[in-house]
Design a protein around this ligand. Structure first.
Ligand SMILES: [Mg+2]
Length: 170
């Protein structure tokens, strides 16, 4: 396993992760963090770009499941509205929720990816579970705590500076 706090790849946001790139990597299951990855904490409404990216993944045949630490009903409500599966109370960086998701679809870790905005939960949890990880930029760090956490993440974001997904559509 590579150093567990360094993501496999980086992207500016989920739209920087093309379905064709995931297919070439042998990915079948896309696990998604929710807060600050798909929507900010302050709204439940995704942008048109995020909606279209999610729709594109499903249309391309990927299994898409939100794996969130949230205890909040807004995650299952979002999933119901946009026809997505979800696992809440995932307790990342512990791997239980991630492993539960892999088991639900009978997918090997190498065929799955976890996309999230936090090094100490998403990247660490995904790497420890043996799945590849994509770190996206947090949509909006609206509290002092989130801003401080981001500062603590900076060495690892820097370590992954050359891992940005660059993919030319063929
Ligand atoms: Mg998050």
């Amino acid at each position: 396993m590579p150093f567990p706090l360094v993501p496999t790849w980086r992207a500016e946001d989920v739209n920087g992760i093309p379905a064709d790139f995931l297919r070439e990597q042998g990915i079948q299951l896309v696990m998604l963090d929710f807060d600050n990855t798909l929507v900010p904490y302050t709204t439940d409404v995704p942008t048109a770009e995020v909606k279209s990216w999610l729709g594109g993944l499903k249309q391309a045949g990927f299994i898409v499941c939100i794996v969130s630490n949230s205890h909040n009903s807004r995650v299952p409500e979002f999933c119901k509205k946009y026809a997505l599966d979800c696992i809440t109370h995932a307790r990342k960086p512990f791997t239980k929720g991630i492993r539960q998701c892999l088991a639900r679809y009978d997918i090997a870790p190498r065929q799955a990816i976890l996309v999230g905005d936090q090094i100490y939960t998403d990247t660490l949890g995904g790497n420890c579970a043996g799945v590849r990880t994509v770190l996206v930029r947090s949509i909006h760090n609206h509290t002092v705590w989130l801003k401080l956490r981001h500062i603590a993440e900076k060495p690892f974001i820097y370590a992954a500076r050359k891992r940005r997904i660059s993919y030319e559509e063929s």
